[in-house]
Design a protein around this ligand. Structure first.
Ligand code: ATP
Ligand code: MG
Length: 199
């Protein structure tokens, strides 16, 4: 073996030992709360990618989309009739289009009632609350009971919450937080939003 090869092997062996020690330490088995935040593109699509992953393993999932500009997103059309998924889009449409605050608040509360049922259902392995964070930002929902319900959910249940900004109270109880950073977006170069990429 050349000197170079030997050095490489030693380096890799050390790296493996460090990694194995970390893996040996991670022994806890429980569900996690994942937050996908930030101004870049990829938060909701990450959540739905994870949902597909869970469904592939035979798990059951619940989805609530709290704000949606378009009713017929690709994720809705793809997952809505799936026997392992309970998919819900919040009743009253888009905030900026409707500009009817009272109706928005009612819709948010109805969606939250459904979310609460999901957070009590041990048969649901994974939940996605898409754009939930806006509900706090606009004052449509109170964050305290949401934190309470998340804390009391079944121990094995995974939850993913998306939204550009996140309430600090959610960040405090989250296990995993990823920030999707906006470095470039086609929209700013004049590219029109398209099916399959944007919705
Ligand atoms: P995606 O659903 O594609 O994963 P997202 O959930 O990260 O996106 P949202 O804040 O929910 O992003 O916005 C949804 C829509 O806005 C998507 O169509 C996305 O392409 C677009 N979008 C996201 N980030 C930006 C941005 N920085 N500039 C312009 N449009 C954006
Ligand atoms: Mg989104």
């Amino acid at each position: 073996m050349s000197n170079e090869q030997e050095k490489h092997q030693l380096k890799m062996q050390k790296r493996k030992e460090v990694l194995d020690a970390k893996i040996a330490k991670a022994t806890e088995e429980r569900g996690v709360l994942i937050l996908m935040k930030g101004n870049g593109k990829g938060k909701s699509s990450s959540a739905f990618g994870t949902l597909a992953r869970a469904i592939g393993h035979g798990q059951k999932g619940g989805v609530i989309q709290f704000i949606k500009g378009r009713k017929h997103t690709g994720e809705f059309l793809f997952f809505k009739n799936h026997p392992q998924i309970d998919f819900n889009v919040m009743g009253h449409g888009f905030t900026w289009e409707t500009q009817d605050k009272q109706k928005d608040i009612e819709a948010a509360q109805k969606a939250w009632e459904k979310a609460q049922l999901m957070l009590k259902d041990p048969d649901l392995n994974i939940l996605i609350f898409d754009e939930l964070s806006y509900m706090f930002k606009y004052g449509y929902l109170d964050v305290v009971p949401v934190v309470e319900a998340l804390r009391n959910r079944p121990a094995h249940q995974n939850v993913i919450i998306t939204g550009r900004t996140m309430a600090i109270e959610l960040q405090d109880i989250a296990d995993t937080i990823s920030i999707v950073q906006d470095e470039k977006h086609a929209f700013r170069q004049g590219v029109k939003a398209q099916a399959g990429i944007e919705w």
